[in-house]
Write a protein that binds this ligand. Sequence first.
Ligand code: ATP
Ligand code: MG
Length: 352
Amino acid sequence: MTDKKEVILSGIRPTGRLHYGNYFGAIRHFLRLQETDACCYYFIADYHALTTITERQEIYRATLDMLRTYVACGLDPYKSVIYRQSDLPCTAELSLLLGMLTNIGHLERGTTYKDKFTRLQEDPKSEGNPLSYGLLGYPVLMAADILIVRADLVPVGDDQRQHLEMACDIAAKFNHRFGEVLHIPRPLGRDALRLPGLDGSEKMGKSENNTLDLLDPPKTVLDKIKAVPTTTEPAPLDTDSNDPDIVIGKMPSGVGVLYRLLSLLAPEEVYLDYLDQYRKGGKFYGSLKKAVAEYASQFNAPIIESYNDPAHNDDFIKEFLRENAKRVTPVALETVERCREAMGIGHSLYRA
Ligand code: ATP
Ligand code: MG
């Protein structure tokens, strides 16, 4: 790996099972980029999961299971550097350094923090976890994840757009104050996706109980899709466009999710045919749901099969984690050392 190669970095929190939002927002890009000559770093964000998960037994297990799902989706730990965030503890040091120049007001405007703050104001018992310093500082740790490997591109879903912008702002501020040390990644493209939840809410999320998961067997897929709310009357689409980005926003929310899923999973003619039916009106939601469920089950089948392959056991995962931690560590340590030097602390003597 040379410095000239494009560097890709992205992570997923081990807070539950991988769902369609994770796949279409992030993993499908990981897979595409893995086949280029870019240097891809994909990690499991176990430090970040601590803002959500309180049960100590859960995180480690969830991390291994998620890595197994990464592999089942086609991520190759010998093509990409797949590692666990906590195996790179110098990320925490970089986060500390970056925190010194991050404005609290900036962090308080972070969407994840703000949403939780609002929910707690409305109902103090609604959240298991407190409003922690860790949650407030989440975007700083995320900035450290990105900047430590000097990423050019960060393939994430649209829900992470603001956090990525914060990372770029923090890096720019650092460079302005201490010299051109940090590499600033490209901003997220306009085509980044945000998949709504099966409950019709704005975002499918592991912690939201509204997901269609990659490991869901056919019966679960069908039950979940059948339960998508479609009772609202179809609204006129008010556009001739067939582009899912345009039409889905004009549909009742539950119906919009079904069309979004269909556009992602089915051949274009099937999507267009159902769109035509929507425009004509009539009772077709039963058939639409059945079609979406079938395409989703077909999509899941090879992932489930690979996930259950005994070769992808915990030992295999721990082995590649060890190897890949060794590949990413020198890159990361070099960045931290450059930042220490630039800020005036100087090199770490114990690492010398
Ligand atoms: P949690 O609810 O615990 O935050 P999550 O489902 O939001 O979990 P993350 O681990 O936070 O998942 O995010 C992993 C990646 O998946 C990120 O790149 C994020 O942008 C993407 N992602 C998550 N949910 C969606 C979604 N609904 N649509 C598109 N991308 C998504
Ligand atoms: Mg999230």
